[in-house]
Design a protein around this ligand. Structure first.
Ligand code: NAP
Ligand code: G4F
Length: 336
């Protein structure tokens, strides 16, 4: 791999996901060369990054894609040795909490062990080449589980799902490799963040897509699970800026990122229907036990004092505006 002098090189796992696509945009704008690991699929999985794609024949291209999988240590290692990244962002995961109850072992392998595979490769790469590589782990507020809010970097981790437990493992390994081997490794403990690119089965996007379909006359009902759960919802692109900031500090550390505000799923539903001009949401929404989880995280509220003080990071998009952005995006998408 030829290295263009003075350009920082980033490697992103989970490039094709919501966060990976925003992070790639941010890093390309900052002048990075970006490498992303993507999974082979029988259908295209690159919709979120198609606008960033650069022809492999373009000699000045800054975005490179590599096939790989977090289950496959050998390929991950090969890519790291080939790319020689300055910064690795591990955003790849089986990221759906409800699904993690159905495929717990797989979730642990990808969401938990995936991080360890990268850390081990970094350890060897640094030892052999003496080149420093920084590591970002996409940790999650789901790790707090049943710990009472507000939650910060010192709050005990009491996960309530296989996904949460897998993230705790990856978070602990990240801390351990920082302390034991001196690797620049950080945990970004991010609370729920949403956007127009949010996966369609997470509750916010499920609601806004459902509303668009009801408004267009395609569906009559929207079926949801627990409407009483409370989440601290922010806007995804701002959270990826925070991830980058953590990697630019002189010393590695862990940071909680969120808005400090919490809302029930019911509040999201009510506001989103109202925004779309459908005033009586109860006419359209039904609860279905299949969307309930065997264990639930009841309430999340971020205490972001550390990020505000050290990273100078502040959330900008308020809850009401986030709902508005997502509702109109889905209504307009459907019209297209
Ligand atoms: P997402 O949209 O579900 O994206 C997950 C990414 O991981 C996708 O690119 C996916 O590839 C990839 N992936 C899945 N399994 C993989 C495997 N076996 N090997 C390699 N890549 C694999 O998630 P997101 O919302 O962008 O979240 C990014 C990261 O932050 C995740 O680790 C998530 O757990 C964590 N997180 C998210 C939030 C949030 O609110 N969004 C909050 C805290 C932490 P495909 O496109 O091929 O499926
Ligand atoms: O949108 P959700 O599926 O997100 P959840 O479980 O909070 O997880 C997300 O945020 C985590 C950060 O805390 C990330 F780490 C994780 O990767 C993911 O991005 O569900 C939010 C709430 C839950 O309480 C759920 O029980 O909405 C409730 N809910 C109610 N009805 C529903 C539904 N969730 C989904 N997905 N689908 C429903 O029909």
């Amino acid at each position: 791999m030829t290295k263009t002098p003075n350009l920082k090189i980033a490697l992103i796992t989970g490039l094709t996901g919501q966060d990976g696509s925003y992070l790639a945009e941010i890093l390309l704008k900052k002048g990075y060369v970006v490498h992303g690991i993507i999974r082979r699929a029988s259908t295209f999985n690159t919709a979120r990054i198609n606008h960033l794609y650069q022809d492999p024949h373009n000699r000045n291209r800054k975005l490179f894609l590599h096939y790989g999988d977090l289950a496959d240590a050998g390929t991950i290692r090969k890519i790291i040795y080939k790319v020689k990244p300055d910064e690795i962002y591990n955003l790849g995961a089986q990221s759906h909490v409800k699904v993690s109850f159905e495929i717990p072992e797989y979730t642990m392998d990808i969401t938990g062990n995936g991080a360890l595979r990268i850390l081990e490769a970094i350890r060897d790469f640094q030892n052999e080449t003496k080149k420093k590589v920084k590591f970002y782990q996409a940790s999650s507020s789901e790790m707090f589980g049943s710990a009472p809010p507000p939650q910060n970097e010192n709050t005990p981790l009491v996960p309530q799902s296989p996904y949460g437990a897998a993230k705790v493992f990856a978070c602990n390994m990240t801390k351990l490799y920082r302390e034991a081997y001196g690797i620049f490794a950080v945990n970004g403990i991010l609370f729920n963040h949403e956007s127009e690119r949010r996966g369609e089965t997470f509750v916010t996007r499920k609601i806004t897509r459902g509303i668009a379909r009801i408004k267009a006359g395609l569906d009559k009902k929207l079926y949801l699970g627990n409407l009483d759960a409370k989440r601290d919802w922010g806007y995804a692109p701002e959270y990826m800026e925070a991830a980058w900031l953590m990697m630019q500090k002189p010393k590695p550390n862990d940071y909680v990122i969120g808005t400090g505000e919490t809302h029930t799923v019911r509040e999201f539903v009510e506001l989103a229907f109202k925004e779309a001009g459908l005033s009586n949401w109860k006419k359209y929404v039904e609860t279905d036990p299949r969307y309930y989880r065997p264990a639930e995280v009841n309430i999340l509220i971020a205490d972001t004092r550390k990020a505000k003080k050290i990273l100078k990071w502040h959330p900008k998009t308020k809850f009401k505006n986030l709902v508005k952005i997502m509702v109109w995006n889905d209504i307009n998408e459907l019209k297209k």
